[in-house]
Each structure stands twice: as C-alpha cells, then as structure tokens.
Design a protein around this ligand. Sequence first.
Ligand code: CTP
Length: 444
Amino acid sequence: MIKVITYGTFDLFHEGHYRLLERAKALGDYLIVGVTTEEYDQTRGKLNVMDALMTRIENVRKTGFADEIIIEESPGQKFRDIKKYQVDIFTVGSDWTGQFDYLKDYCQVIYLERTKNISSTMLRIQNKHIQRIGIIGTGRIAGRFIPEAKLVSGISVEAVYNPHVESALHFAGRWGIEFCKTLEEFYALVDAVYIASPHETHYAYIKSALAHGKHVLCEKPMVLKKDQARELFVEAKERGLVLFEGIKTAYCPGFSRLMGVACSGMIGNVRNVEACFTKLEDPKNRELTDLRYGGSLLELGSYVMLPIIKLFGHEPEEIRFDSIPGENGLDIFTKAYFKYPNGMGTATCGLGVKSEGQLIISGTKGYIIAEAPWWKTAYFEVHYEDPTVVEKFSDRFLDSGLRYEITDFLSTINGSSKNEFKLTHRDSEVMAGVMERFMETEGR
Ligand code: CTP
C-alpha cells in the first residue's frame, strides 16, 4: 500500500485545494491530510485565517479524498509524521518547490502544479475590503511596520507622509509606496493611518486623521494628556472610527496569557507588580536630547505601566515618581510608584542606567516572573513557596511583534474583534494621565 501525505491550511476551501487533494490521492492508495491549527498558522505569519479549524477539516473531509485527517500544530511535525505513519510520498503544491527537499531522505517528495488564479489569500481579499494604510513618520519604527503589515492579509501599506520631504522621499523609495507632499494628498490614498511621528505631534495628527474619516493606529505614548486622550476617543467613536494606541506588548499572545494567569487565582490575589525596562540610548539621540518630550518615562513608561494598570485598574490612590537626571536634566532613570487599596506597583525605566529588566507579579500564593525582554512576552514562570514547584509558560513573539497589534486593529475595523480588553480606552487615558503628572512634576 502506498501512503501519501500532504498538508495545508485549506482556508475558504477552493478549487485549488480540491485539485491538489484529488491528485495527491491518485499518487497512492492511502491519503493523509494534515490541517494546520490557527496557532501554528499565526507563528508562520498567516494571521487572518477565516475558517475555524473544524470547518477546514470538514471541508477536506467532504472531498472524499482523505483517508485520514490529522492536525498540524508545530514546525518539525512533518518529519515526525512521515516516520510515524510510514509515509511513502510527501506532496504539496508547486508554490513550495524546493522547500521540502530535506524530506527526500525519508520518502519521495512530489511538488504538484499549483492551480492558477486562485488562493485563500485572494478570496480573503475579495471577501473583505482591503484597508489601505498610510504611515506618518519615517523613523525606525515606521520601517519595522511595513514588513509586519505585509504579514497581515487585508491590509496594504500605500503611502507615507512626513513634512521632512527628503526623509519621506527616501522612505517611499525604499518601500515602494507613494510619497505624498501634503496631508490632503495622503488622506486621499488611504483608509487608515499609522502614526509613528514624534510624541508631541500625535495629538494634532490623530485629530486631523479622524477629521478626514480615517481610522488611526498611533504609536505609544498616544498622547501626553488625559483630557486629550478622552477627547480623541470620544471623537473617534462619534465618527464611527477606530482609534488604537499601539503598545505592542498589550497585543502579543504571550502577554495576554500572562495576564490570564495572573488573574486566574494561580498566584492568589495579586498584591505587588514590579516592571522594569531599560535600554541604553545614545546620548545624542532625540530620546535623550529633547528636553521637553524626551527621557525614560515618556519613552518606555507605556510598557512598564501596562501590567500595573491592567492588574490593579484605573484608580490608584497615589502615584509618585523618583528620577535620576542626566547632565541636561532629562530623566535617564525613573521609578513610578503606584499605590492601590489592595496592592502596589513599581514601574521602572531607564535610558541611561542599565538594570535587570524583569516583570514580577507577586500574589498571596505565589509569583510570576518574566525575564527581559518580557515586553515581547515569550516565556514566563510561576513560582510558589515550595521552590521545587515551577510552572512554565511559553508563547511565540515573532520579529518586532507589530503584526499582533496590526491584526487586532484590522479586525476591530472589520467589526470582528473581541479584543478590546487587551488595551482599553480607559487604560490609554490613565497612562496619558500619568505622563501628564510626570511632566508637571518635572516642570516641563
Ligand atoms: N494549492 C494549489 N493551488 C492553489 C492554491 C493552493 O495547489 N491555487 C495547494 C497548496 O500548494 C498546498 C495546498 O493547496 O499544497 C494547501 O494550500 P493552502 O496554503 O491552504 O492554500 P492557499 O490558497 O495557497 O492559501 P494562502 O493564500 O493562505 O497561502
């Protein structure tokens, strides 16, 4: 008996899938089909799979070609399956030519001609209107946004705007997107805007983008005043637009899991949160030279406040700051203390002092520890009084991790998101309020 195996997502089942399975079956006597889990697809960068796993399995089953259907959930599984099921032929479409040659030592590898002019990606695009997005700002983070946005189907980066024409031209050329001389030209080309300009310009850009009917994803800190945050969220709501603060940690799968564990009772009641993030910055960079909008807290505060605000809420009884100023007076290291009726939090950040970047969440039964870079949450542990008991959790955080917030932003625009809890408007308002208080204390 000749055993054949093939794998795929089989999202929005189409003719290409049917023909592939038909020919795969004809190669032998027994066909095994591996269908990917959503989690596995996410790690491969397929972020907008529409059909649930059960639907995709059912569609494969209905073709009648599969003798056995298995689930593919991790890289390296193909190799194990081939041995386990004693497979004679591995087959897949010609879009993968060469990529599975490493399996040739174990079985025959056959690439079948892909059916032309059809793919799940194409169907996803036809089903949903593509959101055209434009970028304001051309700094490092803007450059990271584009490759990440390419991984999210249903969104397409079209244009860039920066009043600094030379930078905008350079950026547009580098990424093959439109350069726009004016904001009016820019808004005409896009449905949504990603704002990655200096902090102090966010408020005006968000206002203008909303006024032009555009959804907005704005880098953190979105604004530096509580009232501004509130006003902008109200405005977005009134206009039926989505306004998102882009704190990448809040949207990554590992951080959601960490928050889930912290709230689950596993460590009892949460009483103390210590979050630290330091990153030695070149003293010549804007972050350490902009006397009004630079410094550690404005730069990194969003990350370190996030777990405190998520776990203890929006109404601290007291907030205090301690800072170490650099030569020009800007804070190169800051601790923000939060006191709540049932707990306390310390948010520590530094651009000119290096420390161990940890997140520790202490509860009445145990504690959670996540090492740096916990803000790109991939791994954390739960410890108890008994030091021999340690529970370990891991998740993926791929590349710069902007893909997670972009996916949530897009699904909120498309009305299919249930993820508002990851970073609520109130969370963003409270963080803006803390930044505002800090600037006042510093006399900025
Ligand atoms: N396939 C094919 N012809 C097509 C589309 C897919 O032969 N027009 C094959 C793929 O090569 C693969 C299998 O069908 O062997 C499952 O592919 P999958 O990745 O699920 O489908 P795509 O339509 O390629 O999905 P996407 O657009 O999300 O990449």
